[in-house]
Design a protein around this ligand. Structure first.
Ligand SMILES: [Cu+2]
Length: 115
């Protein structure tokens, strides 16, 4: 029979030992930032697969403005980005998010958020 002190000690020690023994399992993956370039009327890459909590940052390296409009209502919509402007969005929930350029709707891209 464990005393209350022993139980408390075990409750504090076991997670610590586990974290030291299996750091890759015990420590959640840090959120990442994924970069998408807008170049010559194309999103590069046009599809990215990320994890919930990750950020996608688009950078317009074209010499004319582009914007980002999610087909998912309310997800994200940027103002027009001039050359070298960036726009970032944190994808908190899983799902597939198609988007297009609000100025050139034939420009299409997709963000897949998968746990
Ligand atoms: Cu555009």
């Amino acid at each position: 029979m464990l005393s209350a002190f022993q139980r408390a000690l075990a409750a504090r020690t076991i997670p610590l030992v586990f974290a030291l023994a299996f750091p890759c399992l015990a420590v959640p993956a840090a959120a990442e930032e994924i970069h998408v370039k807008i170049d010559n009327f194309v999103f590069v890459p046009d599809t990215v697969t990320i994890k919930p909590g990750d950020t996608v940052t688009w950078e317009n390296v074209d010499d004319i403005p582009h914007s980002l409009v999610s087909k998912t209502p309310g997800a994200f919509r940027s103002h027009p980005l001039d050359t070298n402007d960036t726009f970032s969005f944190v994808f908190a929930t899983a799902g597939a998010f198609d988007y297009f350029c609000g100025l050139h709707p034939h420009m299409q891209g997709k963000v897949i958020v998968a746990p």
